[in-house]
Design a protein around this ligand. Structure first.
Ligand code: ZN
Ligand code: ZN
Length: 413
């Protein structure tokens, strides 16, 4: 037997309905906010991610699914969606028609991590990006849309946390301030944070290690070191969130594993999946499009983990019940059942029958398994009379119905 690869999962019927519900909800809600779908390829040049995500990030250092193809090209299976969306935005000059683009995507992402519970090498994200607007109204709009999406799924958890990471003017200054603070506590930090001290010292602020938490307890916060422009932007974002009725909390220790983020950053955090963790995260990336060789156009976006959202939805049943199950006794009745089934399906009624025509008992077992809303039983008498009993399974009510797809369809609606 050939099995699948560890860290690459099948999503089977029974589970896939939850995914479809999440995807359909995203399409519907994002559509209300004027977002259009973009489909990006799975494989990109490795340079795209080195340039965008940053050479010193964990993703690029350790976790990329990269290989050299037969043409000696260094390629990578996308670890996230934003870089590809921006690459497409620049490559197809979408900004020439209108710098403001609202795009969403969904699909598999890949990271070469050690497979463990809840971490897969192929995982799935739904994300959205807005380009071309620096006004903080758009920050509030994107966050409001994300919260709206979770509310539509019936999830009051997760909750929104926001922060600002400053800009190329104020962040380097803050970074030095933080490094000075960390320098005296370097030996208390975990190995990862020690290693990242020079390249990415901010990561110490959100490190899960208890030692790092303790050592950074009194660390200076980015929010207290924003330049006037970033300070105004953050204050206005908060005001617009309040206008939109979107509830949030400030988390001044939130940082990003990706280099391209500026100003507003945010996470949707839940305690329902074990330790406090993010199901969606994102932020503003005002320098990314220019870094990738495009014009100086700003952007903001987020991505959520579909596996995690599916877990939050828990045991909710999304599988669709068939409208009708037809049981039939004998060959001729079977043929009639098949004719009715095909006619009904064409009329938009979902129908199941037992193709193999086993005993009535086994057909009724199959009917129970499908849990159809109605059943129809056809035998010799019914064939002669051209009528059969249609039973509503939830109420138990029943009545004769003519063996005609249009008539049956009418009764079922
Ligand atoms: Zn700034
Ligand atoms: Zn640490």
């Amino acid at each position: 037997m050939i099995t699948g690869i560890k860290g690459f999962n099948d999503i089977l019927p029974g589970e896939v309905e939850r995914w479809q519900h999440i995807e359909a909800t995203a399409r519907r809600v994002f559509g209300l906010y004027g977002f259009a779908e973009i489909r990006i390829p799975i494989l990109e040049k490795t340079d795209l991610f080195r340039r965008s995500i940053g050479d010193t990030t964990d993703i690029v250092e350790k976790e990329m699914y990269s290989f050299v193809d037969k043409g000696e090209n260094a390629v990578t299976m996308r670890p996230e969606g934003t870089a590809s969306v921006m690459r497409a935005y620049i490559e197809h000059k979408l900004y020439a028609q209108d710098p403001v683009a609202k795009l969403y995507y969904m699909g598999p992402m890949f990271r070469y991590e050690r497979p463990q519970k809840g971490r897969y090498r192929q995982f799935h994200q739904i994300g959205a990006e807005v380009t071309g607007v620096t006004d903080p109204k758009v920050d509030a709009q994107v966050l409001t849309m994300l919260c709206h999406f979770f509310a539509e799924l019936g999830l009051s958890e997760p909750t929104l946390q926001i922060n600002s990471l400053g800009c190329p003017e104020c962040r380097p200054v803050y970074r030095e301030t933080l490094k000075t603070f960390l320098r005296e506590r370097l030996d208390q930090l975990c190995d990862d944070c020690k290693r990242r001290y020079e390249t990415n010292p901010l990561r110490a602020l959100d490190c899960k290690s208890a030692h790092c938490k303790e050592a950074t307890a009194g660390a200076p916060a980015m929010l207290d070191h924003l330049c006037a422009g970033c300070d105004d932007h953050f204050a206005a974002t908060r005001r617009h969130l309040e206008r939109a009725g979107t509830i949030y909390a400030i988390n001044n220790r939130m940082v990003r594993g990706l280099d391209y983020y500026t100003r507003t950053t945010f996470e949707l955090v839940t305690g329902l999946l074990g330790a406090q963790s993010a199901v969606a995260a994102g932020g503003r990336y005002d320098g990314l499009i220019a870094d990738l060789g495009g014009p100086a156009i700003s952007g903001i976006g987020f991505a959520m983990g579909v596996e995690r959202v599916a877990l939050l939805l828990g045991g909710q049943e999304f599988a669709r019940r068939p409208d009708l199950f037809i049981a039939a006794l004998g060959g001729e009745s079977q043929d009639e059942a098949f004719r009715l089934m095909c006619g009904l399906q064409r009329l938009g009624v979902s129908v199941e029958m037992d193709y193999e025509g086993k005993s009535l008992k086994s057909q009724m077992r199959r009917s129970d398994k499908f849990n159809a809303r109605f059943t129809l039983i056809i035998g010799g008498d019914e064939l002669v009379n051209g009528k059969a009993v249609l039973k509503a399974m939830d109420t138990g009510t029943q009545g004769d119905v003519v063996l005609d797809p249009a008539v049956i369809a009418e009764q079922i609606r």
